[in-house]
Design a protein around this ligand. Structure first.
Ligand code: ATP
Length: 287
C-alpha cells in the first residue's frame, strides 16, 4: 500500500498569448504549489479493475474521475497485472482554479509508478499526465515553474520564498471553458510581466514578486462574479500584502507575512458562502 499527497496550485501569473489552431489557448504562467492537498492511498488487488472510493459526496467516483483515468492509463501503458484500489480523501475544492483534479491524477501516476516499481521517471510521467490534462505535469513536479504551451511545457524556477497563503473559495463554480470564453469576448488590458516575475523569484524577492501578480482571466470573471473583487479587497484590508484570483477562478488567494497575519486574513473572509484555508507555498517535489 502507498499513500501519496496531491497538492493544489495557485497561479502567480496567467497570460494568454494566442488561440491555437487546435482550439487550445497558448498560455504563459508562473505556477506555485501550496500545502493544501488531497490524500490518496493505493493498494494492489488480485482481481482486475480499478476500485475508487471518495470520502465526500460531491465528487463522483466514476470512470470520468481523473484519479480513475490516471490509474487506467498506467495499467494500459505498462500492461499491469491485477487491479488497484484507490481511496481519495478530498480537501481541495472542485472547479476552483486550484487544479484539484490534476493533483489527484498526478498523485495516482506517481503512486502507481512507486507501487509497481516501474521507474518511469519524471519525463515519462509528465508525458502521460499531459495526455489527461494540461496542469498535470505541473502538479507532478510542484514547486515554482513557468508553464507554457497549453500549460504542459515546464521550466523550473527557484522555489518561491516560503510564504503563508490564504485561500478563499466562494460557493460558485466557474468552469475553465467558461472563463476562457469570457476572456475571448473581453480580452484583458493588463498582461503579466513574466520576465519581471521570474527575475524577482530568482532574486528571492518575495514582496517584489508579489507586486507582479497578474491573471488575465480575472477581469472577465470578476464582471460576472463580483465576490472575487470583494474577497481581494477584504484580504488586503485585513493585512494580506497581495491577492489575486487563481487560474480560472473563483478562488482568491492572499499572501501574509506571518501565521498570525494569515489567520487574521482568513478570519476576515470567513463568510457564510466562502470556504477558507490557511496554507503555505511548497517547494519542488523532486529535488
Ligand atoms: P484547473 O485549475 O486545472 O482548471 P480546477 O481547480 O478549476 O482545475 P478541478 O477541481 O481540477 O478544477 O476540476 C475540474 C473538473 O474535473 C470538475 O468538473 C470535475 O468534475 C472533474 N474531475 C474529475 N476528477 C476529479 C477529481 N479527482 N477531483 C476534482 N475534480 C475532478
Amino acid at each position: 500500500m502507498i499513500t501519496i499527497e496531491g497538492r493544489a496550485k495557485i497561479n502567480l501569473t496567467l497570460d494568454i498569448l494566442r488561440t491555437r489552431e487546435d482550439g487550445f489557448h497558448e498560455v504563459a504562467m508562473v505556477m506555485q504549489a501550496v500545502g493544501l492537498a488531497d490524500t490518496l492511498t493505493l493498494e494492489k488487488r488480485e482481481a482486475p479493475g480499478i476500485g475508487l472510493v471518495i470520502d465526500v459526496p460531491w465528487l463522483r467516483a466514476n470512470e470520468k474521475n481523473l484519479a480513475y483515468r490516471a490509474a487506467k492509463l498506467m495499467q494500459e501503458e505498462y500492461h499491469l497485472p491485477g487491479g488497484v484500489a484507490i481511496h481519495l480523501t478530498k480537501r481541495i475544492p472542485m472547479a476552483a482554479g486550484l487544479a484539484g483534479g490534476s493533483a489527484d491524477a498526478a498523485a495516482v501516476l506517481r503512486g502507481m509508478d512507486a507501487l509497481y516499481e516501474l521507474g518511469a521517471g519524471d519525463e515519462k510521467l509528465c508525458e502521460l499526465g499531459a495526455r489527461l490534462g494540461s496542469d498535470i505535469p505541473f502538479t507532478l513536479m510542484g514547486g515554482t515553474m513557468l508553464a507554457t504551451g497549453r500549460g504542459e511545457v515546464l521550466r523550473r524556477l527557484p522555489d518561491f520564498p516560503e510564504t503563508y497563503v490564504v485561500l478563499a473559495k466562494p460557493h460558485v463554480s466557474v468552469s475553465t471553458a467558461w472563463a476562457y470564453g469570457a476572456y475571448d469576448a473581453h480580452p484583458a488590458e493588463r498582461h503579466p510581466d513574466n520576465d519581471a516575475m521570474i527575475r524577482a523569484i530568482e532574486a528571492g524577492a518575495r514582496r517584489k514578486a508579489a507586486s507582479f501578480l497578474c491573471n488575465v482571466l480575472e477581469s472577465a470573471t470578476i464582471k460576472r462574479y463580483e465576490v472575487i473583487s470583494k474577497l481581494k479587497e477584504m484580504m488586503k484590508e485585513a493585512g494580506a500584502f497581495a491577492s489575486l484570483m487563481s487560474g480560472s477562478g473563483p478562488t482568491v488567494f492572499g499572501f501574509a507575512e506571518t501565521r498570525e497575519q494569515a489567520e487574521k486574513v482568513a478570519e476576515a473572509v470567513r463568510l457564510p458562502d466562502v470556504d477558507v484555508f490557511v496554507t503555505k507555498t511548497v517547494g519542488c517535489n523532486t529535488k
